[in-house]
Design a protein around this ligand. Structure first.
Ligand code: ADP
Length: 567
């Protein structure tokens, strides 16, 4: 509907209302005015009748007509006196002879009422005066009998006043109506624009469900139900095609929905719907997860891994919905089995390679020692290269074995109170050797001698030696690596600074990943494996610690830090 036709409709509606109301109000005012004028006329007529009544008692029969003439002349009112039998004995408009020809008046309504002792009113056409008259009659006692005094006046006076008032009323009403119509026209135009905006906004949403021309409400309802059913079928089809088991629970933790993957994986049949989830699936991990979910304020979803009866490993994710929680169970048994196979394979191969590589390394060392003086130059070069490769291979095997032990959970950490200086002393020798070989100074004076922390002694040694070794390896000579330790509220912070090239910020997040190298060439050159920092991360976390990397403000290179519980 266009804005113009909308506004026109609103305007016509308001015209109808205004004209209806105006006419009704006009009729009411006219009636009230007419009544008011009649009342006033009646009061005036009553006053004159009362004057005649007073005079009537003392007047003789012969004076009655003269009495009416006198009062009428003074009051511009026709006055009549009627005896108890209804004969008119005096009338200001008729002389005595005419009176005699008059008929009895007791049938007149106002006379009848006055005879009954009340005030009588009547409006009617007077046959005597040939015009519409207003009559008022009152009872008047005379000689022990009830006479009637009647005063009357032509209605033309009232009509005149009334039509004058009506004209004023009509003109006022008309101008009021014109004003009201003008204002309503403006308001309709504006309202039309507002409604049009609302219609435009809602049109897009309602167009699908709104009945089209010629379509009735029943049809529209049927269409809506059909499209809802289609939506439901589509949703069901998607849900059923999922590999992931979906279980929705309501706020009472009763099962509201299970898809077929859930029926297979968790053995929850259709009959489980409506039963409490923890009865159908009595797993403490699920209960804890739901409790956590209830306590949580944010929208994050928690993912846990658990083993179901029958050695099925599932990853469980809970997402809160408006009317409950949706639980997603993903079967990761195969994935975990493959991971374990890979770990075992890497572990076994590394183990098998360790001995032959150690033998190659030892033989190469012996050969190099013996050949150094008297062997030919090419032989010395070949043996030297063999020894370097054997060392790198040995490092890689050591790291691989370490990491597969950690991943397999075969590296239990035992936390105990340690003095950091003692741990450093245990790795001092190889570190000093490397420092000397690399021409990079090592500084440990910023480590308080009595500082204690909770850690696994072997794991902490591995962590520190990895970080210090990296500093010494990647810092060109003459450089510096320095250790700093500070005590916080609950933790001890150990920082390893170096004056080397540092690590660009874009690599900071990734250097702790397995086999991630920032500078591949340099890493290979210094015998790196790409596994050192990954081992550090696993061990620090296993000891309930945190770690990170930042630029070293003191020495300009990299600064690796770890925080562990203080003792
Ligand atoms: P790698 O055995 O190669 O040293 P890491 O896991 O210990 O493996 O380190 C990952 C990569 O991070 C290294 O290859 C190196 O490029 C970079 N890196 C580690 N420590 C430092 C450091 N102190 N200065 C510069 N680069 C470093």
């Amino acid at each position: 509907m266009s804005r113009t036709s909308l506004s026109l409709r609103l305007f016509l509606l308001s015209v109808l209302l205004l004209v209806g109301l105006g006419t009704g109000w006009g009729f009411f005012l006219d009636r009230s005015l007419q009544n008011e004028l009649l009342e006033r006329e009646d009061t005036r007529l009553l006053e004159h009748a009362q004057v005649v009544r007073v005079l009537l008692e003392a007047s003789s029969d012969a004076d009655l007509d003269a009495l009416t003439d006198r009062v009428a002349a003074a009051s511009h009112t026709r006055v009549s006196i009627v005896d108890p039998q209804g004969w008119v004995k005096g009338d200001s408009e008729l002389n005595v002879a005419e009176l005699a020809a008059l008929e009895q008046h007791q049938s007149r309504p106002e006379i009848q009422r006055a005879m009954a002792g009340q005030i009588g009113h009547s409006s009617r056409f007077s046959a005597t005066l040939h015009q519409e008259m207003r009559y008022l009659a009152i009872p008047a006692p005379r000689g022990g009998q009830t006479w009637v005094v009647r005063s009357s006046a032509p209605l033309t006076q009232i009509e005149g006043a009334l039509s004058k008032q009506r004209r004023t009323l009509f003109l006022t009403g008309l101008s009021g109506l014109a004003m009201a119509l003008l204002m309503s026209g403006i308001a309709s135009w504006q309202a039309g624009s507002v409604v049009e905006q609302i219609l435009i906004r809602t049109h897009a949403e309602t167009i699908k469900s709104a009945p089209r021309p010629g379509q009735n409400a029943a049809e529209a309802l049927e269409n809506a139900v059909r499209s809802l059913a289609q939506e439901r079928d589509r949703f069901q089809a998607v849900l059923e095609s999922l590999d992931v088991a979906v279980v929705a629970v309501n706020q009472d933790r009763k099962i509201a929905l299970v898809n077929s993957a859930a029926q297979r994986l968790l053995r929850l049949g259709e009959e489980s719907i409506g039963t409490p989830l923890l009865t159908a699936l009595p797993l403490p991990e699920v209960r804890d997860l739901l409790d956590d979910e209830d306590d949580r304020d944010d929208d994050e979803t928690e993912v846990i891994e658990l083993e179901l009866p029958g050695a099925t490993v599932v990853q469980l994710q809970a997402t809160r919905a408006t009317t409950g929680t949706v639980l997603l169970f993903q079967d990761v048994t195969r994935l975990r089995r493959l991971e374990s196979m890979r770990r075992d394979f890497v572990g076994n191969v590394s183990h098998e390679l360790r001995t032959p590589v150690a033998i190659i390394r030892a033989n190469a060392e012996t050969l190099l020692d013996e050949a150094i003086d008297d062997g030919p130059e090419p032989t010395r070069m070949l043996v030297g290269a063999t020894l370097r490769s054997a060392k790198r291979l040995g490092n890689l095997i050591t790291d691989l074995l370490e990491i597969s032990r950690i991943e397999a959970g075969k590296m239990p950490v035992r936390l105990e109170a340690l003095t950091l200086a003692n741990t450093l002393a245990a790795i001092q020798e190889p570190m000093e050797q490397l420092s000397e070989d690399r021409g990079v100074a090592m500084e440990t004076s910023l480590v308080p001698p009595d500082l204690k922390l909770f850690a696994d002694p072997k794991a902490l040694q591995t962590v520190l030696s990895n970080l210090i070794t990296n500093g010494l390896k990647y810092t060109p000579a003459p450089g510096q690596v320095s250790l700093k330790a500070t005590v916080g509220e609950r933790t001890v912070r150990i920082e390893v600074h170096d004056s080397g090239p540092g690590i660009a910020p874009e690599h900071h997040d990734r250097v702790f990943e397995r086999f991630y190298r920032v500078d591949k060439g340099r890493s290979r050159e210094v015998g790196g494996t790409g596994l050192g920092l990954s081992i550090v991360k696993h061990m620090v976390r296993a000891m309930n610690g945190t770690l990170g990397l930042q630029d070293s403000e003191e020495l300009g290179g990299a600064c690796f830090w770890i925080e562990l519980p203080k003792a």
